[in-house]
Every structure is written in C-alpha cells, then in structure tokens.
Write a protein that binds this ligand. Structure first.
Ligand SMILES: Nc1nc2c(ncn2[C@@H]2O[C@H](COP(=O)(O)OP(=O)(O)OP(=O)(O)O)[C@@H](O)[C@H]2O)c(=O)[nH]1
Ligand SMILES: [Mg+2]
Length: 225
C-alpha cells in the first residue's frame, strides 16, 4: 500500500497567493500534470467522488491526491487503499487550502510520474472559494440533502467553479430538492458552469463526470504540448 505523506501547517503563510498559484500552474505545465481543486460542504461526497474517479480512471491516468483536513488522515487512508499516493495537509484550524500549502504538498509528490492531481479541499462552502490553489480547474459538489438554495447563500463558490456535481441524486424524492431551481440559480451566477447529476452510491452520472474530466485533461494536454 502507498504511504501517506503528512504535512502539518503551523502558520498561515499566505503572502501573495495569486502569484504563487500562477507559479504552480507553470510548474504543473512543465510536468504536463493537470490539477483539479474539489470543494464542497462537509459530507457532500468529495472523498466518495475521488474514490469513484480513481476506480474509473486509474488504468489510463496516473493519479495523485492532496487531502486537506483540519485534523485526521482518514480520507488519505481511503485514497491509499486504492493504491494511489496521497499527501495529507493537516491545517490545524485553517478552513481553506491556499497556494503555499499546495506547493508544499506538490513538493512531496513525484510529478514526473503523475498525469492528474486531485485536491480534496477542506469541507466548507465559503473560505476555500476565496483562494486560488494553482489548479487548472475548480470543481464543486452540492449534495441533494443540503438543499437547492445554496447558490443564493454561497454565491462565490458557484462563481469560481467550472463544474458542479449535484451528488446524492439517490436522495431525490426523499429530500425536498428542486433540481430545475438549483440549475437556474447556479447558471444565473455562472452561465459557463457545467452541471452533472450524480450518485457516488449508485454510480449514476459518474461516467459523465469522468468524461468531463477526461475532456478537460485532453484539452489541457493539447495546449501544453
Ligand atoms: N446515499 C448517498 N450517500 C453518499 C453519496 N456520496 C457519498 N455518500 C455518503 O456520504 C457520506 C460522506 O461522504 P464523503 O465522501 O466522506 O464526503 P466528504 O465531502 O469527503 O466529507 P468531508 O471530507 O468530511 O468534508 C459517506 O457516508 C458516503 O458514503 C451518494 O451519492 N449517495
Ligand atoms: Mg472527505
């Protein structure tokens, strides 16, 4: 089984986040690595989607994962069980990941032997959206039990994301969730956002998600080379 590298963040080292994020993108381009920043509330399904993605794509893409958590290594353990290298960033209270933290994690990774790095950001709909991590694309999950009103309450995260996965659609009919209203609200904030309905439990929509990711990676690689 792969090891978990553990980095404990002791202080907020944010100085010039945007410049460092751009430097990270330059570094990733040199190594031809695509990085995806995955954000959502606690429990909406980030780790589940990462595990599904690994299972669908690991035969064709070399994947690494950066796990961000205030404490614990439980999510990183789930990733290494899939045979995938993981770096755990323990933020010790910070509710977001910033470019400096991601740089520390990437320095621990063998970028020469990776095609895709997925960041599981801290479970939170507010702070993570404020920090550019250096990822090529931002993704978010909203799960059905959280409600269709979240774009009204947390607009920034919908603005900065390229794709929205509406997860736990197996709860439709149980939860009082208006999918059409959710889509209208999300698209009003961000007309370019791609919306994918999925369930990490039943597997519905996972192929659409991996197709989106594969297309983005292919477009990136065409631009890099
Ligand atoms: N019914 C159902 N349960 C799901 C689905 N996706 C995830 N879950 C469950 O939801 C719970 C939380 O999922 P995680 O993947 O750990 O969520 P997370 O976003 O990584 O959570 P944090 O890392 O704590 O922020 C787990 O019990 C999952 O099994 C889904 O599509 N349907
Ligand atoms: Mg998780």
């Amino acid at each position: 089984m792969a090891d978990i590298r553990l980095i404990e963040i002791k202080e907020d080292i944010l100085s010039d986040n945007k410049n460092l994020a751009d430097e990270i993108r330059d570094m990733l381009r040199i190594h031809n690595v695509f990085m995806l920043n995955l954000m959502s509330s606690p429990g909406s399904g980030k780790t589940s989607l990462i595990v599904n993605t690994i299972r669908s794509m690991q035969d064709t893409r070399r994947i690494g994962v950066i796990e961000g958590d205030i404490d614990s290594t439980v999510d990183a353990e789930k990733v290494v069980q899939e045979g995938i290298p993981a770096v755990q960033l323990k933020t010790g209270g910070f509710c977001h990941l910033d470019a400096a933290m991601i740089k520390m994690a990437l320095d621990e990774m063998d970028l020469e032997n990776l095609d895709l790095v997925i960041i599981e950001n801290i479970g939170n709909l507010v702070c993570p959206a404020e920090f550019d991590t250096g990822a090529q694309k931002n993704a978010m999950i909203l799960s059905v039990p959280e409600g269709d009103d979240k774009p009204l309450k947390y607009p920034l995260i919908f603005n900065v994301c390229d794709v929205l996965v509406v997860n736990k659609i197996d709860y439709m009919g149980i939860a009082d969730f208006d999918m059409a209203a959710l889509k209208e609200r999300a698209l009003k904030l961000n007309p370019n956002i791609t919306i994918i309905e999925a369930s990490c439990k039943t597997g519905e929509g996972i192929e659409k998600w991996t197709s989106w990711l594969t297309e983005e990676m292919n477009a990136y690689q065409r631009a890099v080379t």
